[in-house]
Ligand binder design. Sequence first.
Ligand code: DQA
Length: 152
Amino acid sequence: MARYRFLILNGPNLGALGKRQPEIYGTSGMDALPPLIRKVLGDRADDIELEYYQSNSEGALIDRLEQAREQGVQGVALNAGAYTHTSLALADCLAWIGVPCVEVHLSNVLARSEPLRQKSYIGRHVIGVVAGFGMMSYALALQALVQHHEKE
Ligand code: DQA
């Protein structure tokens, strides 16, 4: 039986991964993730039961986070897309739900040309940030969530 129940939560425009600006976000979709998780975690990958949800809408992401709390989900790898840089509502949700969350970005948001991308509303409420490794960012975030639980 899996030891950890984790959620990958993707925000706006991340349903088009692989097609959307591949020069920035890469050519793979989320289906490329399982082998990367196995590469990073080895047999520990079997310890994780993974759920996935994507929405373009801010309220739906908040609803899904509240649901994760109620379901006892033990960690969230959250790529909030542009809401990272704009959403006080998402930040307010993360501030109270008590589910460990890693902020994820495919691109290195700190190295991008638009200054707005260097601001994160959610950063104060996450255990850490992984950015710039393409799809591998998600696998590293899951590894970080496992480590987070194992140091407790
Ligand atoms: C992103 C970076 C955000 O700035 C952008 O709005 C996205 C994707 C990333 O994964 O690199 O939609 O979160």
